[in-house]
Design a binder for this molecule. Structure first.
Ligand SMILES: Nc1nc2c(ncn2[C@@H]2O[C@H](COP(=O)(O)OP(=O)(O)OP(=O)(O)O)[C@@H](O)[C@H]2O)c(=O)[nH]1
Length: 622
């Protein structure tokens, strides 16, 4: 549970469009015919060097920057050293006497952001599949390759970090050609850090990646890929791919879903900073700035056209199904209305987050948000704080369970205890399962397998990959992977194993609702969905944790975990003790007894009347 505070120092350092006002002048940027445009993404496992390679390519395209990792422009990306949002840059590159416009998209590598990779590949006609020569093919390499393959993209291989002394160039190249059916000539050995051989990639992109289709003279049809709210001006910057036609800087556009028309305030390309241009034509990736008042009007994946023209909405990729959920409520210092506005804006730009209204007696009105994983959840909270200055309370993550009811086998899905159906209507409970792919060196195989087993995993595959590495597939209940599954696998394998997760249906399980009572009152929002075989353990842990967080009062506080009326665990917070007999000097013993009895009675009454105020910290920690 985290509250992130934005660091002003960091924000002002960023080359981020969020902090830039509308530009006055329009640069002269040449027009490119679609056959001289290439749109491609860089895909790889986490930390294999995508952003470093993007930097080198941007430099080759003639753009200099003092900041490394130019496309990781969110504060969260720079602080964590990971890419969470795909970013584009348009490079001008001359090959065989012809100038080309190369639009590259740097994608995230972590499994929680695979949807972002899918969205980038949807805009691309080809991909550079990057593999770290010291690590070889890893779990996300495989998953990203198949996403590119399913999108019918041309895939070029690049073996990175060949400058490292422990680079295994020969064996990694063999592994890549075997696993991805690439010819040796399609895999370039590079060092994104030193720049060695990087210049060989762009001619290959031009020769092998097909140009985008589209006619610059046709009616305008563009796809809205991304949006960013420009806090300084109240405008919104939309990243778009022009599918057909040409958009001029003085045009107005219509956002098809809302049917509303907006005058264009600025258009341009990313270099990677926004560079205003006078037009964007078919095949180009760029941006347009609009003044949009209603957040609801901006829908990622929407089709943009000229006002009054009749166009079919473009195909988009479906929204992913969130796997973990958290309640999100305003912090003590956060205003509900401003939080609502910030949340809606961020959810608009991160389409993989689901949002539903929620409320809680202690925390008030809030939302139940769905995320693609725990890192995604943490990054979202951090972005909310850093980009919108909103600090929040986020409750413990939960997942979607299912209940099969005795009423015609009806299936009910729920992700919080308050929506759990009553057990007398339920024939069986089910929990979600993920297929986990793990690539691990042989030395750590046994410990990784035993960890998966201890997480109720069922082994599906164990095959060799060469170089003493193994590919494991396990079906594991999703809940076991939510907390520290990935970090434990990393720890057990000294950082060498990598994981990827994919939905794999549901397993039967046995679930119970456990409520928390504080001095006999049920605390809304602390009820839990617990597996029957861990009721005692979870209940004990919960009451102890709450007891540690509740401040002491004049009276005793009793915390209980209950199922119905049956108490499963109990803890107490001792009251303050005032010595009511300290002013007595000798005298009859019964006087002291009377004072103590009166004190006892008073505390009992107080306990009965007083409602214990549950600190918000309890909801963050549990
Ligand atoms: N020695 C060496 N280090 C490299 C090379 N390419 C990247 N690195 C280093 O590898 C680390 C990860 O590089 P990034 O470019 O951030 O990797 P990424 O794939 O973009 O990471 P994510 O976006 O988090 O998936 C950084 O410390 C880079 O300096 C290379 O060719 N040689």
């Amino acid at each position: 549970m985290n509250i992130w505070q934005p660091s002003k120092r960091f924000i002002t350092r960023l080359p981020n469009v969020l902090h830039r006002s509308l530009s006055d002048g329009v640069e002269t940027f040449p027009r490119f015919n679609p056959e001289h445009i290439r749109n491609f993404s860089i895909i790889a496992h986490v930390d294999h060097g995508k952003s470093t390679l993007a930097d080198r390519l941007i430099e080759i395209g003639g753009v200099k920057s003092s900041l490394p990792q130019q496309l990781d422009n969110l504060q969260v990306e720079r602080e964590r050293g990971i890419t969470v949002k795909a970013q584009c840059a348009s490079l001008r590159y001359t090959y065989m006497g012809q100038e080309y416009l190369l639009n590259l998209i740097d994608t995230p590598g972590h499994a929680d952001f695979t949807h972002e990779v899918g969205r980038s590949l949807f805009l691309s006609d080809g991909a550079i599949l990057l593999v770290d020569a010291t690590q070889g093919v890893q779990a996300q390499t495989v998953s990203n390759f198949y996403t590119a393959f399913e999108n019918d993209l041309f895939v070029l291989g690049a073996l990175n970090k060949i400058d490292m002394p422990n680079a295994k160039v020969g064996s990694c190249k063999m592994e890549m050609s075997k696993m991805f059916d690439l010819f040796d000539s399609q895999i370039t050995e590079i060092s994104a850090k030193t720049g060695e051989n990087v210049e060989k990639l762009l001619p290959q992109v031009i020769e092998l990646v097909p140009p985008p289709r589209g006619n610059p003279s046709a009616d305008l049809v563009a796809i809205l890929h991304d949006c960013q709210y420009l806090s300084s001006s109240g405008n919104v910057l939309l990243t778009v791919l022009i599918k057909e036609g040409t958009l001029n800087s003085r045009d107005s556009v219509c956002l098809l879903s809302s049917g509303k028309t907006f005058p264009v305030r600025e258009i341009g390309v990313f270099q990677p900073e926004p560079l205003p241009t006078s037009n964007l034509s078919a095949g180009q990736l760029g941006y347009l700035i609009l003044k949009v008042k209603d957040v609801e009007d901006v829908i990622i994946g929407d089709t943009i056209c000229m006002p009054g023209s009749i166009v079919e909405p473009l195909k988009t990729i479906p929204k992913p199904k969130p796997s973990i959920f958290s309640g999100v409520f305003p912090d003590e210092n956060t205003d509900f209305r401003s939080m609502k506005e910030s949340l809606e804006k961020l959810v608009r730009s991160d389409t993989s987050v689901s949002i539903e209204a929620d409320s809680n007696q202690t925390l008030g009105q809030g939302w139940n948000l769905g995320f693609l994983g725990t890192l995604h959840r943490e990054v979202f909270a951090q972005r909310l704080a850093q980009e919108f200055g909103t600090s929040i309370i986020m409750t413990k993550p939960s997942i979607t369970y299912r209940a099969v009811l005795d009423n015609n086998n009806e299936i009910v899905e729920f992700n919080c205890a308050k929506n759990m159906p009553k057990c007398y209507h339920v024939m069986k409970w089910e929990e979600p399962v993920v297929e986990t792919t793990i690539i691990v060196p042989g030395d750590h195989l046994a410990s990784v397998i035993s960890h998966c087993m201890s997480c109720r995993g069922v082994q599906k595959e164990n095959s060799t990959l060469g170089e003493g590495r193994f590919l494991l597939k396990f079906n594991i209940p999703l809940i076991e992977t939510v907390d520290d599954f990935y970090s434990t696998i990393k720890k057990l394998s000294s950082g060498f194993a990598t994981c990827d997760f994919e939905e794999a249906g549901y397993w039967e399980t046995d679930l119970t609702q456990v409520d928390v009572l504080v001095n006999g009152d049920r605390v809304d929002g602390l009820s839990m969905i617990v597996r029957s075989d861990e009721i005692r353990e979870v209940s004990m842990k919960t009451v102890k944790n709450i007891a540690k967080l509740l401040p002491r009062e004049q009276y005793k506080i009793i915390i209980q975990c209950v199922i119905g009326v049956k108490v499963q665990a109990r803890a107490e917070v001792k009251p303050y003790r005032k010595d009511v007999t300290k002013d007595l000097y000798g005298g009859d013993k019964t006087r002291a007894m009377k004072l103590l009895a009166r004190q006892r009675e008073g505390k009992k009454k107080l306990r009965e009347r007083a409602t214990v105020k549950i600190p918000r910290a309890v909801f963050r920690t549990l």
